[in-house]
Write a protein that binds this ligand. Structure first.
Ligand code: C2O
Ligand code: CU
Ligand code: CU
Length: 502
């Protein structure tokens, strides 16, 4: 993997000095606006000649991750390793995997069942796996302090104890999470339960996992990570992979599909919509099903968030094709990232669904009542604390002005207590705020943007530029956990903190 030599060609502080410098400009808003207009002129379409003139988007079939189903096995094995994967048809790309190929397997397990996995680290540096959205004991969570050295094995063993939903796993080494996820070390983790089963939602071939990740490739089809100092604002790519397939297509029948979507990108927020289908249904968020489906025309998915949606192809005929696209989200940032790649505001076609068969079962209805969510009230909280998102002198992304220190306890929380966390973003860029070991509810936010996902259980919430979001959280698991921005280049460069529940 010779590319890895080029990972940090520029220092972060140089990049951030630029940011801080800009922040001090009295005319900062107009200045930034001018710049972002320039980026709007950039490529708005998926680029065709990504690795060679012959590559055409939507000609590769969507890969579906194989499943590790704990109904049939007692224990799984992961081995973080260098591998090569056929991301482009004939071409092998150097990547990192857990079992030798991409996409990594999807874990499927029932609530109440025991999860067991032996994790071996065959990489050159220490690492650890985190189960994002799982409510597990501290020692199983995958905090960077628990990273294991090369050739060591860690045994994960815990009982799943939470409602059904779409979660994910990824490595979480100190300062290198972005790079490892970028090269491949992430996958989906699906929890099922009886309540959800009773709803009879589309399943089997009608349930599709979609892990969306934008990437950069050079002409030979090698992945490129950091190239320029602006990349510390967040890596944006020009090729969007779904399940490790660049701009794929998927043949479908003219019926309802359940799409479990994960934004596994480094920095891009997607505003997802379908060309050819006006409306679809949001049925679930990070922490599982909503109380009732919400009909939407488009939906925002920030890094690390999951959405569970139902899309219905019933009015389509054989031969029709429907494009899943991002409409662009210029509100995400007035900072201009690496202009060699489509910016936050860019519209990009992600993948196509091609209707190739009629379906006998397209009358299936989605229940109006999906689940029950016990609504938490501000008065349930015994304490409230403020977490600020800021850039400090020297240009470092931080929470509460403190660059991350793996061994410092930043917040002490009483076990069993409920708190309000007020997340204040003072930066001109949206940050997805994530907390380990809990699910929370959004109480309110100061911006006008509509987030239907605020209605469900969350573990990650997008905090808009200069916005304050209030969330309410109950802490039920003792130990040291993390909270951080989930833009990978931000969490790696210090926008992270520890809280101790005791
Ligand atoms: Cu996806 Cu620290 O988490
Ligand atoms: Cu997490
Ligand atoms: Cu951030």
């Amino acid at each position: 993997m010779n590319r890895r030599n080029f990972l940090y060609p520029f220092s972060f502080s140089a990049a951030a000095a630029i940011l801080v410098g800009c922040e001090k400009e009295s005319d900062k808003n107009t200045k930034f606006d001018k710049k972002s207009n320039e980026t709007q002129k950039m490529v708005q379409e998926p680029q065709k000649n990504v690795i060679n003139e012959k590559f055409e988007p939507f000609t590769q079939e969507l890969k579906i991750p194989k499943e590790i189903d704990f109904e049939h096995i007692a224990k799984a094995k992961f081995n973080a390793q260098k591998s090569s994967a056929a991301l482009y048809k004939e071409k092998k790309t150097d990547v990192l995997t857990f079992q030798g190929d991409l996409p990594n397997p999807t874990i499927r397990i029932k609530n109440g069942d025991d999860f067991e996995l032996d994790f071996t680290n065959s990489l050159e540096k220490q690492t650890i796996i985190h189960w994002h959205g799982l409510l597990v004991p501290e020692t199983m969570d995958g905090h960077p302090k628990d990273a294991i050295a090369t050739n060591m094995t860690k045994e994960y063993r815990y009982r799943v104890n939470q409602r059904a939903g779409t979660f994910w796993y990824h490595t979480h080494p100190h300062g290198r999470t972005g790079e490892e996820i970028y090269y491949g070390l992430a996958g989906l983790y699906i929890i099922e339960d009886e309540d959800e089963k009773r709803l009879n939602l589309p399943s089997g071939e009608f349930e599709l996992p979609l892990i969306i990740q934008d990437r950069r490739f050079d002409k030979e089809g090698n992945l490129i990570y950091k190239e320029a100092q602006q990349d510390n604002i967040g890596i944006l790519g020009n090729v969007i992979m779904v399940n490790s397939t660049p701009h794929p297509y998927k043949n479908v029948k003219n019926t309802k599909y359940r799409l479990r979507i994960l934004n596994g990108s480094s920095a891009r927020t997607y505003k997802l919509a379908f060309e050819g289908i006006e409306e679809f249904m949001l049925i679930g968020t990070d922490g599982g099903l909503l109380e009732e489906p919400i009909v939407v025309k488009d939906i925002l998915v920030a890094v690390a968030e999951r959405i569970d949606i139902i899309v219905d192809f019933k009015d389509k005929k054989v031969g029709d094709s429907i494009t899943l696209k991002t409409l662009g989200f210029k509100e995400a940032s007035i900072f201009v990232p690496n202009t060699a790649y489509p910016g936050f505001d860019s519209k990009i076609d992600i993948m196509k669904f091609k209707v190739t068969e009629l379906s006998a079962q397209n009358q299936l209805q989605i229940p109006k009542k999906l689940s029950t969510i016990a609504k938490m009230k501000a008065s349930d909280a015994s304490k409230s604390r403020v977490i600020t998102m800021e850039i400090i002198e020297g240009g470092v992304w931080t929470l509460n002005k403190k660059p991350y220190d793996m061994h410092r306890v930043d917040e002490r929380v009483k076990l069993g207590s409920t708190e309000i966390w007020e997340i204040k973003n003072s930066v001109h860029m949206a940050h997805p705020f994530h907390i380990h070991g809990v699910h929370f509810q959004v109480l309110d936010r100061t911006s006008k943007i509509n987030f239907p996902t605020d209605k469900g259980w969350k573990d990650t919430v997008l905090v808009m530029p200069n916005e304050t979001v209030r969330i309410i959280v109950k802490f039920t698991i003792p130990g040291l956990f993390l909270h951080h921005c989930h833009i990978l280049e931000h969490e790696d460069h210090s926008m992270m903190a520890n809280f101790l529940v005791e």
